[in-house]
Write a new protein. Structure first.
Length: 168
């Protein structure tokens, strides 16, 4: 982000401030999505809204012609990005119960981090090949659209504890 801020006529410190802005927006949004949106619409619908908003933010970042437009994309990204973590965790707990949660979340976050690392690598390669970050953000938006569709397919149902068989 600092390098892109420089390319859009910002200063080196602008990139740092933008990272802080992402964190600030995420903190506010985590509270709002957890305390209000997820209770009102459910975790799945809230995740769908967040994934869609992140796809829009990546599109704004891909097309940002100026620093103010980029800042708008950064705010949108901050508001929609990190709140997916507790909502996803809650959705897994609701669907599969607490005993399966560690294995499911451990596996899913491992896969998530592997693809995040690949995304950064491929984003850098796209930047080197095109001279712009636009293709990186556009490909991220495409992945987020796919994740929105996959989230839409999840049926939000509560885990039911089965009674253990009793000895006769």
């Amino acid at each position: 982000m600092p390098k892109l801020a420089l390319e859009l006529s910002g200063s080196p410190s602008t990139g740092g401030w933008l990272m802080a802005l992402v964190a600030l927006c995420s903190a506010a949004s985590m509270w709002l999505t957890g305390q209000w949106a997820a209770k009102r619409w459910g975790k799945r619908v809230t995740l769908i809204v967040l994934h869609t908003a992140r796809a829009v933010s990546f599109t704004v970042l891909a097309l940002a012609p100026s620093l103010p437009a980029f800042i708008l994309g950064v705010v949108m990204f901050g508001l929609s990005s990190f709140p997916v973590i507790p909502l996803t965790t809650g959705l897994v707990a609701d669907r599969f119960g607490g005993t399966a949660m560690g294995g499911i979340l451990g596996s899913s976050w491992l896969i998530h981090q592997i693809f995040a690392a690949l995304g950064v690598l491929l984003g850098g390669l796209l930047r080197d090949a095109t001279g712009s970050y636009s293709a990186s953000f556009a490909s991220g938006a495409a992945v987020l659209i796919a994740s929105t569709v996959l989230t839409w397919l999840i049926s939000e149902r509560r885990f039911q504890v089965r009674p253990s068989p009793t000895a006769a």
